[in-house]
Each structure stands twice: as structure tokens, then as C-alpha cells.
Design a protein around this ligand. Sequence first.
Ligand code: MG
Length: 395
Amino acid sequence: MNVSIGHRTDVGRARDGNEDSYLVQPPLFVVADGMGGHLAGEVASQTAIRVITDQYESDPASADSQLAAYVQEANRAIHAKSEESPDLSGMGTTCTLLFLDGTDAHFVHVGDSRAYLFRQGEMSQITEDHTLVERMVKEGRIQRNEAARHPQRNVITRALGLDEDVNVDTVDIVVRTGDRLLLCSDGLNSMLDDEEIRSLLESEPDAQSTADRLVERANEAGGDDNITVIVIDVGREDTAAPPPPPAVQNTDPGDRVMPQSEVDDEGPRRSWLKRLVIAAVVIGLIAGAGFFAARYALDHSYFVGATEDGTIAIFKGIPDEFAGLTLRSEEELSDITVDDLPENLRDNVEEGIKVDSLEDGRSTLANLEERAADIDSNRTQPKDDASPGGGGSNN
Ligand code: MG
């Protein structure tokens, strides 16, 4: 697989130094955007590049299985360094790594640098930003179009060096002739919106002129941050069969990355069909598990609660609803209602008092009946029989 590569880094127009570092060592490419006071950000991003390079060069043959480990090791090295020196304390860096193994493009990613795929006029972001605003978008707290201008858009939720361990995203896609890949630090995409980046990827003829033009445009738009771009044009001699849908993997099970990289005409349908089938199977499994849980609950659980008209009863099943279903049956009705109980017990009964067996249910019920009887006898006592000592000490 032939590739043509363009790359450029620039301090931008607002910063004193350039804390971005990057590596172009085909088939390995990395962008790292360092953060921390003074020189710390630079040290962090350079350390990431150096550790990754050292590991790669020590055993290039096993690279494709070790990429996540490279990044984890870089994380440990940066963290150790920041612990050793007060000047470097708290430093960190993003890291977006690409390893091109033939037509297999393996990405490992932490932070808010980005990888994009440009294919047949359309651009999609391969990596997911580890930022507060991205999380807010995912949780539906803000709209996607608000994210770019959000005051907290620079807050990163994951970076190398902040902790001894880090979760890394890994995304695999299959590239084809004519694809253009872009790795960049946020100095690019914070200055240019996706449409502007896409149109530059579309209009610029070669990889290096694209890299140059992207950096120039980000500077023209303000250049608020360091800007780093790597542009990789996938060569033309490869005529492989249509690629399978991308494999997706993420070391953090709670935070999966969905690549938005299927823009071909057959791939997406197949891939979505596959996802639908998987979703149906998963839903089926959950429903099945729920059914057995429900059956078990119905057959083995009892509680004392109230019927709709307030009559206290022993139920078989569980007081809670399960997926909108009521899972209980009345076993034995009592002669009392919730209103017959002292106030402090009513909520408990209405929520359902779980008991271990029908026998336990009966003794709980007997208890409640006694309490109701106590109240009843108090009520029937004549008013002037009540003890006068209780309330009159205030005068
Ligand atoms: Mg930056």
C-alpha cells in the first residue's frame, strides 16, 4: 500500500511555544498535544512520541498487537516523570496514533486530538473526543452544534500522564485507494469547523499542500492554539475487494467508540444490518434474562402490601414493577386496610414489606393487625379518659 504524506506543525498566533509533538514514521503516525505549565506540555508530548517510537523500533514485527500497550507505556512514563519533578507535576498529553498495516488502519486514541477519514467527498471523525462537552452532547445536555462554542470545550476528560493507568480507545478501519486520512491537534478543529476542513481535504490536490493549507487557514481564523496536522493519501495501486465493516474496540467498557467511517454504498447497510441483528440478539438475551428473573421472583418471593383499594394482603412476587409489568399475585387478604395503620407504617406497607416466606408474611400481617387494633382501641376510648399529663406543661 503506497501512501503519500504531508505534515506540518505550527505554534499558531497566540502561544509562545509549541507544545504539540508528532511522529511521521510510516507506517506509524502520532499526534500528541501536550498540556501543563511552562515547558511541561512539551515534555509530556515529546515523551509520548519518544516512548512510542522506542517501543516500536525495539520490535516492529509485533507492532499491530502492541499499539495500545505503547500508549499505556507512554502514559506510565509521563506520569512517572511528573511525579519526580515539581516543575512537571500535572503535565499530560493527548495521543492519537495511527498504524497502517496494508489496508488495515489501526487507531489508538486518548484526548481531544482527532483522526478523520475523507472518502468520496465525505468526511467522518474516526476518534471520539475525550472532553467534557462531548460527554454533555452524548448525555443530551447540550446540542452538538453548541459544543464548538461551549465555554468548557477545552476541558479534557482523559489524557496521558495524569494517572498511573489510562483507558485508551482503539478503532480499526479498512482504508482504500483514494482515501485521505487526517490526524490533527485541536488547534486545527477548534479554529475550523468540520465543513471547512472537509472542503479543504476535497479541494487540495496533494497531501503536503493540504497540510500547509489547513495550518494556514487555522492561523487565518485566529490561530489560538498550536496546530499540527498529518495528511495521508492512500495510494492507487491497491484494488482489493470491498472492505468489511470496521472492527471497534475500546478498553473502557463504559465508554464505547462508534466509528463514523462507513460512507461507502454497500458497507453501511451491511454494517447496520449486522448491528441491528446484534442489537436484536442482545435485547432478546436481556428480555430472556428478565423473564427468568421475573419467573424466579414470582415463584420465590413474598411481600406484605396493599391492594388497589388499600386492603392489606400477602402477595407472591415482588412489589416493584419490572419493565412496566406487575409481577405479583394476591395470596391472602386481611381484614384491615392501610388507613387502619399508624401513619408511620403506611408508607412501608404501600411500598411493600418483603418477607422470606408465606409463613413470615402471615406473622408480619398478624403484627400489623395488632397495631391496627391498638389504634382502634385508642380511638374508641372516650376523650376525657385520656391522660391529662401529656400536653399541658407550657403555661
Ligand atoms: Mg491544543
